[in-house]
Design a binder for this molecule. Sequence first.
Ligand code: PBG
Length: 322
Amino acid sequence: MIVLRPRRLRRSQVMRELVAEHRIGVEHLVQPLFVAEREEDTGPIESMPGISRHSLDAAVAEARELFALGIKSVLLFGIPASKDAAASSSYDANGIVQRAIAAIKAALPEMLVIADLCACEYTDHGHCGVLDSEGEVDNDATLELLCRIALTYADVGADVVAPSDMMDGRVKAIRSALDAHGRTSIAIMAYSAKYASAFYGPFRDAAGSTPQQGDRRGYQMDAPNAREAMREIALDIAEGADIVMVKPGLPYLDVVRAARDRFDVPIAVYNVSGEYAMLQAAIRNGWLDGDRAVDEILTSFVRAGADIVISYFAKAYAQRHG
Ligand code: PBG
């Protein structure tokens, strides 16, 4: 009688690599970048050690470094000089994200520039859209705003727009607006299953986008729901999304897996600011081996079925593995 010994395949590094089922390559990683309009808003983000709000020039320099390391996709967020109820700085042709897109594409034409598409960094109330007279986010009025922003991103050369607001019907509205203006080749990466999560805390500090009143549970998804995520993803695909996203990552790996098993479009996962912050806190305390922990976590996303991983650890990973 033979004895089955799975340990034979774990005896050496070479053997383990030979039989490895998954590996995350740098070409699947996206680095988020924060670009601030005012000099006084630039600098390190306290709750995200190692991540900064960049000036325009610093963002271009950072993009060059990333590209050289093999990270050839960036996701841009703007920190504007002014905010108002209508988010008017979001669709300014000369706004900070518009200028950053143009500058990065001019410096690095091959860099894939993804522009996050949401009003929350640009509204003085911090919600992801315009408010109605009752103080609720007005879905359909927000769609018009999103289309307007998307066209300004298209005008300056964005490759991908990524709506992260969770309004109903936004993918269809944005696709129609882009197509009507001849922008048929710009892709949409939809934040399709975006949960109302505690893990966005550090991002909101960085972007100053914490809602002044209320929260986002009226439009972002509720943590217990996975079937509903499939419905949101199916809707976005039907409306024309090229890539769909699950966000946050670690607490929702089951949703990534379910989406992978069900849909054939590329799936992105967002390893968000709070996931970054908690890991950095442990690493900086010496409680975890950072390199191993980061590799293990990034691998978990591809094992769950993600094709694209958006992570604040992208650069550090590429420095070690690029
Ligand atoms: C904008 C947006 C947010 C994130 C990505 N796009 C903030 C939010 O929804 O509050 C979060 C990213 C992160 O936490 O790293 N709506």
